[in-house]
Design a protein around this ligand. Structure first.
Ligand SMILES: [Cu+2]
Length: 154
Protein backbone atom coordinates (compact mmCIF):
# COMPACT_ATOMS: atom_id res chain seq x y z
CA UNK A 1 0.00 0.00 0.00
CA UNK A 2 2.83 2.36 0.91
CA UNK A 3 4.53 1.71 -2.42
CA UNK A 4 1.37 2.50 -4.38
CA UNK A 5 0.90 5.77 -2.44
CA UNK A 6 4.44 6.89 -3.05
CA UNK A 7 4.14 6.02 -6.75
CA UNK A 8 0.97 8.11 -6.96
CA UNK A 9 2.70 11.03 -5.26
CA UNK A 10 5.57 10.82 -7.71
CA UNK A 11 3.15 10.91 -10.66
CA UNK A 12 1.32 13.91 -9.20
CA UNK A 13 4.58 15.75 -8.51
CA UNK A 14 5.84 15.00 -12.01
CA UNK A 15 2.59 16.24 -13.50
CA UNK A 16 2.86 19.52 -11.59
CA UNK A 17 6.40 20.10 -12.82
CA UNK A 18 5.38 19.49 -16.44
CA UNK A 19 2.37 21.78 -16.04
CA UNK A 20 4.56 24.55 -14.57
CA UNK A 21 7.06 24.16 -17.38
CA UNK A 22 4.30 24.38 -19.97
CA UNK A 23 2.84 27.51 -18.32
CA UNK A 24 6.14 29.37 -18.10
CA UNK A 25 6.92 28.54 -21.73
CA UNK A 26 3.55 29.93 -22.78
CA UNK A 27 4.08 33.09 -20.70
CA UNK A 28 7.45 33.74 -22.27
CA UNK A 29 5.97 33.40 -25.76
CA UNK A 30 3.08 35.75 -24.91
CA UNK A 31 5.47 38.38 -23.54
CA UNK A 32 7.58 38.36 -26.69
CA UNK A 33 4.65 38.76 -29.08
CA UNK A 34 3.14 41.57 -26.97
CA UNK A 35 6.39 43.56 -26.81
CA UNK A 36 7.26 43.39 -30.51
CA UNK A 37 4.55 45.67 -32.04
CA UNK A 38 5.00 48.33 -29.34
CA UNK A 39 8.73 48.50 -29.96
CA UNK A 40 8.20 48.77 -33.71
CA UNK A 41 5.62 51.58 -33.46
CA UNK A 42 7.55 53.82 -31.05
CA UNK A 43 10.01 56.19 -32.75
CA UNK A 44 13.61 55.74 -31.66
CA UNK A 45 13.80 59.36 -30.46
CA UNK A 46 10.77 61.50 -29.55
CA UNK A 47 10.29 64.09 -32.30
CA UNK A 48 12.40 62.20 -34.84
CA UNK A 49 11.24 62.51 -38.48
CA UNK A 50 8.11 60.45 -39.20
CA UNK A 51 6.43 59.33 -42.40
CA UNK A 52 2.68 59.91 -42.66
CA UNK A 53 0.37 56.94 -43.11
CA UNK A 54 -0.80 56.13 -46.66
CA UNK A 55 -2.97 59.05 -47.80
CA UNK A 56 -1.71 61.24 -44.95
CA UNK A 57 0.40 64.38 -45.17
CA UNK A 58 3.03 66.33 -43.29
CA UNK A 59 1.67 69.56 -41.81
CA UNK A 60 4.38 72.10 -41.04
CA UNK A 61 3.89 74.37 -38.03
CA UNK A 62 6.49 77.12 -37.69
CA UNK A 63 7.63 78.20 -34.24
CA UNK A 64 8.97 81.71 -34.17
CA UNK A 65 9.80 84.92 -32.39
CA UNK A 66 8.93 87.53 -35.04
CA UNK A 67 10.41 91.03 -35.67
CA UNK A 68 7.94 92.54 -33.20
CA UNK A 69 9.08 90.11 -30.52
CA UNK A 70 5.86 88.10 -30.64
CA UNK A 71 6.23 84.40 -29.91
CA UNK A 72 3.86 82.33 -32.02
CA UNK A 73 3.01 79.25 -34.02
CA UNK A 74 2.30 79.69 -37.72
CA UNK A 75 -0.33 78.50 -38.39
CA UNK A 76 -1.81 78.45 -34.89
CA UNK A 77 -5.05 76.78 -35.98
CA UNK A 78 -4.59 73.38 -37.59
CA UNK A 79 -6.85 70.69 -38.98
CA UNK A 80 -5.47 67.19 -39.32
CA UNK A 81 -6.66 63.66 -39.64
CA UNK A 82 -5.36 60.49 -38.10
CA UNK A 83 -2.29 59.32 -39.99
CA UNK A 84 -0.99 62.86 -40.64
CA UNK A 85 2.27 64.09 -39.16
CA UNK A 86 2.64 67.47 -37.43
CA UNK A 87 6.10 68.85 -38.10
CA UNK A 88 6.94 71.62 -35.64
CA UNK A 89 9.83 73.55 -37.19
CA UNK A 90 11.90 76.13 -35.35
CA UNK A 91 12.30 79.37 -37.33
CA UNK A 92 13.55 81.71 -34.61
CA UNK A 93 13.68 81.96 -30.85
CA UNK A 94 13.56 79.02 -28.44
CA UNK A 95 10.27 77.13 -28.23
CA UNK A 96 8.64 73.80 -27.53
CA UNK A 97 5.25 72.17 -28.03
CA UNK A 98 3.15 70.69 -25.27
CA UNK A 99 -0.39 69.34 -25.68
CA UNK A 100 -1.80 70.67 -22.42
CA UNK A 101 -3.51 67.96 -20.43
CA UNK A 102 -5.70 70.32 -18.39
CA UNK A 103 -7.26 71.78 -21.54
CA UNK A 104 -7.62 68.36 -23.15
CA UNK A 105 -9.41 66.58 -20.33
CA UNK A 106 -10.58 63.12 -21.25
CA UNK A 107 -8.43 62.87 -24.35
CA UNK A 108 -6.28 59.79 -24.69
CA UNK A 109 -3.03 59.28 -26.55
CA UNK A 110 -1.73 62.82 -26.02
CA UNK A 111 1.96 63.19 -26.86
CA UNK A 112 4.20 64.33 -24.03
CA UNK A 113 5.87 67.76 -23.99
CA UNK A 114 8.70 68.19 -26.47
CA UNK A 115 12.17 69.36 -25.56
CA UNK A 116 13.03 73.02 -26.24
CA UNK A 117 14.04 73.53 -29.87
CA UNK A 118 16.95 75.93 -30.13
CA UNK A 119 18.55 75.51 -33.56
CA UNK A 120 16.77 77.16 -36.52
CA UNK A 121 15.55 74.44 -38.88
CA UNK A 122 15.26 71.91 -36.08
CA UNK A 123 12.06 69.86 -36.30
CA UNK A 124 9.88 67.90 -33.92
CA UNK A 125 7.44 65.44 -35.51
CA UNK A 126 4.27 64.23 -33.84
CA UNK A 127 2.13 61.48 -35.38
CA UNK A 128 -1.57 62.33 -35.32
CA UNK A 129 -2.61 59.06 -33.75
CA UNK A 130 -4.78 60.41 -30.97
CA UNK A 131 -8.58 60.55 -30.78
CA UNK A 132 -10.60 62.83 -33.07
CA UNK A 133 -11.50 66.06 -31.27
CA UNK A 134 -10.27 69.53 -30.36
CA UNK A 135 -6.83 69.95 -28.82
CA UNK A 136 -4.86 72.80 -27.31
CA UNK A 137 -1.08 73.01 -27.41
CA UNK A 138 1.30 75.58 -26.08
CA UNK A 139 4.92 76.61 -25.87
CA UNK A 140 5.67 76.19 -22.19
CA UNK A 141 8.02 79.22 -21.77
CA UNK A 142 5.68 81.50 -23.79
CA UNK A 143 2.19 80.19 -22.95
CA UNK A 144 1.48 83.18 -20.72
CA UNK A 145 2.49 85.45 -23.63
CA UNK A 146 -0.09 83.77 -25.85
CA UNK A 147 2.00 81.21 -27.71
CA UNK A 148 -0.76 78.63 -28.00
CA UNK A 149 -2.41 76.73 -30.83
CA UNK A 150 -5.53 74.73 -31.62
CA UNK A 151 -5.63 71.39 -33.38
CA UNK A 152 -8.75 69.72 -34.70
CA UNK A 153 -8.37 66.02 -35.39
CA UNK A 154 -11.04 64.80 -37.81
CU1 LIG B 1 7.93 79.79 -27.34
Amino acid sequence: VDETMSFQRTIIALGSVLLLAACSKQDARADTSAATPETAAAPATPGAPLTPAAGGRVIEVKMMTDEQGNNRYDPSTIEAKQGDVLRYTLVSGVHNVNFTVDKNVGKSGLPGPSALLQAPGQTYDIAVSFDPGEYTFQCDPHAALGMTGQLTVK
